[in-house]
Design a protein around this ligand. Structure first.
Ligand code: HXC
Length: 257
């Protein structure tokens, strides 16, 4: 459907978006971000899709925002055009998003990966916020999400020096959920996506909303929020199906209602 910088496919109830600017290590230019947002809009409203995988190539998830495109920008323009705000679309995606990261995830690439809900890394993945080496700082949430993920000590060193993390460091520090061999990354990501896609979509979406609320509110308000969603799920047919299936010792057949 007219995409030039990404590939968009579906596999059953799973949508797959592959960043695809191979000559530029998937550097994220405004055309790519607009296409990504369009693909996310489509998957979000498609009742046939439950979850999305965002991935790149074996060499690069994305080596950051397109430096050549940014090079000539000035302050009044970035301000009046609200430069970078359009990148936040992924963080507002309501269905689960799985980042399958191989190779470089730098700058805006690391930021996009951190906007996803589950981050799977290949053993060759490298994560970093090297913007400081260009005379700027992270602009799509890197200093905030990285700090929440790995803590101040690691985030400061990465943001102040541009040091990159290996996949095993990222695993040890809690930035990724798991590291898998490079060759296994697509299949592992699909396995996770299919596991989620076979569950009840309302419960999956509410679980995502509830975990994300932990970053935005106090413990008591977060627990209250969780409780209301928990109670609301007893209004779904899928709660009856899930518990009924358990009692009858069979697999559930969820209908997302
Ligand atoms: C534009 C990029 C690019 C980028 C790589 N390329 N990264 N183009 N923007 N971010 C291009 C190179 O110019 C080159 O094109 C081609 O991709 C291959 O890259 P090489 O540098 O030749 O590859 P290699 O020697 O293997 O080095 C890989 C690399 C290096 C370590 C990833 O490319 C690199 O340091 N890239 C920049 C990383 C970075 O600073 N990212 C943060 C960007 S700022 P040609 O045409 O020469 O072959 C950012 C801000 C976010 O993300 C703000 C909010 C979103």
């Amino acid at each position: 459907m007219g995409y030039e910088n990404i590939l968009v496919e579906t596999n059953g109830r799973v949508g797959v978006i592959t960043l695809h600017r191979p000559k530029a290590l998937n550097a994220l230019n405004s055309a790519l971000i607009a296409e990504l947002n369009r693909a996310l809009d489509g998957f979000e409203t498609d009742a046939g899709i439950s979850t999305v995988i965002l991935t790149g190539s074996e060499r690069a998830f994305a080596a950051g925002a397109d430096i050549k495109e940014m090079q000539g920008l000035g302050f009044p323009g970035t301000y009046s055009d609200d430069f970078i705000t359009s990148w936040e679309r992924l963080s507002r995606f309501r269905k689960p998003a799985i980042a399958a990261v191989a190779g470089y995830a730098l700058g805006g690439g690391c930021e996009l990966a951190m906007m996803c809900d589950i981050l799977l890394a290949a053993d060759n993945a490298r994560f970093g916020q090297p913007e400081i080496q260009l005379g700027i700082i992270p602009g799509a949430g890197g200093s905030q999400r990285l700090t929440r993920a790995v803590g101040k000590a690691k985030a400061m060193e990465m943001c102040l020096t541009g040091r990159t993390l290996t996949a095993s460091e990222a695993d040890m520090y809690g930035l990724v959920s798991r590291v898998v061999p490079l060759a296994d990354l697509p299949a592992e990501a699909m396995k996770v996506a299919e596991t989620i896609a076979n569950l009840s979509l309302p419960s999956v979406m509410m679980a995502k909303e509830s975990v994300n609320r932990a970053f935005e509110t106090t413990l008591s308000e977060g627990i209250r929020f969780e409780r209301r969603l928990f109670q609301a799920l007893f209004a779904t047919l899928d709660q009856k199906e899930g518990m009924g299936a358990f009692a009858e010792k069979r697999s559930p057949n969820f209908n997302n209602r």
